[in-house]
Design a protein around this ligand. Structure first.
Ligand code: HEM
Length: 363
């Protein structure tokens, strides 16, 4: 890893699925001797309370406060609003004229506004936090002191936003968490901020996946046309997720010797589980590199691991699927001639989530 600490890399579907779901692999890396991904400083000191880095009772307790807000039922209620948001963004796209940047004009605002509305914060704060998430990304990629300071400022800004919601509570998730804190003492002040921060960082993820997927979908008229139809859209979104998931899941450490299908991991060893490799394992997905939008409907197909598996399974999975499906079906219906305005070889890919920084499109 960049820290110089050795880690095992799990790449087979069966190994990755086990690393993610077996409780003998821990995400709690708070001990000073725990393996570090980055060199030079203690990353964990900055995000001790982030849900994805917790394990056991505390993890389950905190996860319990936010699970309902992202359930399938709740997301079904958000469905009309997400479709409306897609429609509004396309209208804006069209009114500003072709060519346009898919990232800044469509994917980023879609993920950011959706998350801001679910959290119950003003869209301007959503936009500001969206921009700030880049600071956290550089921070996570270890780009020096300035990035670290930006990240600390970002966490501070999230605290201010929580205080602002406190003054005029509404229906959003942050208000719900504040009510839990005040009415049942079930959450502490810092836990509310940590949960909000986790949601804001994670809530931005669909933008990157959507843009990566757009490179494939807009370059292939058959794929794009598929989204103009009315059946199989949710399975098609899942195939895009399989093809375009990039996550190396966060570092885990073995708390005892564990036998994986491909070998033994010793107690104390760090493991990185490559979701991307697992989702392209040819033993599980024949012709893994081709994006077949009806693949998910094939009876033998294993569930992809884009959202992880086990206790840390992505809370935003229904929301992310909904955004991907709504985005491509809205675009294919209203802008059937939409296509890339860049040679895929000339696209500049961002470092952390490996999605294009800009994606010029025309229609
Ligand atoms: C396409 C978009 C997304 C992808 C590919 C994705 C992927 C993942 C993955 C792989 C994990 C597990 C990490 C691990 O086990 O180490 C995860 C966890 C998580 N995701 Fe997502 N995610 C996406 C969107 C979202 C959204 C929109 C939210 C907003 C609510 C979200 C919230 C979370 C949270 C809170 C966790 C931590 C859960 C826990 O530790 O209990 N994600 N995500």
């Amino acid at each position: 890893m960049p820290s110089g600490v050795a880690a095992r890399l799990a790449v087979r579907y069966a190994d990755v699925a086990q690393v993610l779901s077996d409780s003998r692999f821990s995400r709690d890396l708070n001990g000073s001797a725990a393996p570090r991904f980055l060199p030079g400083f203690d990353f964990m000191a900055y995000n001790l309370g982030l849900l994805v880095n917790l394990e056991g009772e505390r993890h389950q307790r905190l996860r319990g406060f936010v699970t309902k807000a992202f359930s399938r039922g709740r997301m079904d209620r958000w469905r009309p609003r997400i479709h409306q948001l897609v429609d509004d963004l396309i209208t804006d796209f069209v009114s500003q004229g072709s060519p346009a940047d898919f990232v800044s004009r469509f994917a980023d605002p879609l993920a950011g506004i959706a998350m801001a509305e679910i959290l119950g914060i003003p869209p301007e704060s959503g936009a500001e936090l969206r921009a700030g998430a880049g600071a956290l990304a550089s921070f996570a990629a270890g780009e020096g002191e300035a990035a670290r300071e930006q990240a600390a400022a970002y966490a501070q800004r999230v605290q201010e936003i929580v205080r602002h919601v406190e003054k005029s509570p509404g229906e959003g998730l942050i208000s719900e968490l504040i009510r839990v804190r005040d009415e049942t003492a079930g959450l502490s002040e810092s836990e509310v901020c940590d949960l909000a921060l986790m949601m804001i960082i994670a809530g931005h993820t669909p933008a990157g996946i959507l843009t990566r997927a757009a490179v494939t979908v807009l370059a292939d008229p058959d794929l794009y046309r598929f989204f103009g139809g009315s059946t199989g859209l949710s399975s098609a979104a899942d195939e895009l997720l399989r093809c375009h998931s990039v996550a190396l899941s966060n570092v885990r450490v073995a708390t005892e010797d564990v036998d994986l299908p491909s070998g033994t991991i010793r107690k104390g060893e760090a493991v990185l589980a490559s979701i991307e490799a697992a989702n392209h394992d040819a033993q599980v997905y024949p012709t893994p590199l081709s994006c077949r939008l009806s693949r998910d409907a094939e009876a033998s197909t294993e569930r992809h691991l884009a959202f992880g598996r086990g206790p840390h399974y992505c809370l935003g999975a229904h929301l992310a699927r909904l955004q991907i499906e709504a985005a491509f079906s809205g675009l294919a219906r209203r802008l059937p001639t939409l296509r890339l305005d860049v040679d895929p070889d000339d696209i500049k890919w961002g470092a952390l989530m490996r999605s294009p920084e800009k994606l010029p499109v025309v229609w």
